[in-house]
Design a binder for this molecule. Sequence first.
Ligand code: ZN
Length: 145
Amino acid sequence: MSDDVHIVCPACGGTNRVPAGRDARQAKCGRCGAALFTGQPAAADAARFDKQVTRSDVPVVVDFWADWCGPCHAMAPIYEQVAHELEPRFRFLKLDTEAEPAIAGRYNIRGIPTLMVFRHGKVLAQRAGVQDRNSLKAWLMPYGS
Ligand code: ZN
């Protein structure tokens, strides 16, 4: 039985194995040297999105947003705050739906902001609309690693 946890680097997309007992916030990527957790949501293009969502053992939260979307901008600081509080139990990503329409289309995203939680490629949960910090945290908690 392996006690390693697979963590995907937010900078290069490389998969790292971190021993389960170790604080992943202190870990650095074996490939590019970047911190595996920065305390901030990571911007994801399609390739990084796919690597994070399929290879990470840590649940991946994705904020589907766009620059023209006012509520998305209202949501952003709340999302950042919650990312800071809940890493490394989750990976937090932001996906720009205008830059990556194929990903938004794959998950049938209609209204934004939409938040989705993934683990090992499967959608665990989905929610649309702006949320406050407490309700966002309460919603995510059951999925945390
Ligand atoms: Zn890396």
